[in-house]
Design a protein around this ligand. Sequence first.
Ligand code: ADP
Ligand code: MG
Length: 179
Amino acid sequence: SLGWIEVICGSMFSGKTEELIRRLKRAKIAQLRVEIFKPASDTRYHDEDIVSHNQNSIRSTPVLSASEILLLAGDCDVVGLDEVQFFDESIVEVANSLANQGKRVVIAGLDMDFKGIPFGPMPHLMAIAEYVTKVHAVCVQCGDVANYSYRIVDKEETVLLGETESYQARCRACFQASI
Ligand code: ADP
Ligand code: MG
């Protein structure tokens, strides 16, 4: 039987990693074989663990490219992927192949970059997924629902690894007011 794809998306600090870890830990409790991958470029907290902002963590395998995931996922039941916006478009085929092999694929990633533009392969993944969950942060300026990752440092590159020193979760009004 075929598997399926789940996407967890939202801004920075919205709880994507927390939700990913929650789902994967439950799969482990259900005795399913779980493999977790993240882009090797994302080493903000730890080389191998996936760590949420509230310090929850789970062991993962850092990979240099999407194709490595196909080789390493082997005969597991559930594949978890974090920070998926950093992979190139080939992650779409990889996710489809894994699901077609019968695996449950749980993907977490930023849906928009700091300019509010859809991030890398995420729009494509959201389109092909059976289930999409959008989670939200709290706007640090006004407390409303935050949908955007506002960059507070003056750098233009799309990929800038960082945390509270570089980014703030902001609602539509507070994001618009400062761009
Ligand atoms: P993401 O993976 O989406 O960046 P995490 O799952 O790592 O998010 O972290 C979510 C946690 O971040 C929250 O449970 C909370 O403890 C913390 N946090 C820090 N700043 C904010 C914010 N502005 N809005 C919501 N949660 C925040
Ligand atoms: Mg995260």
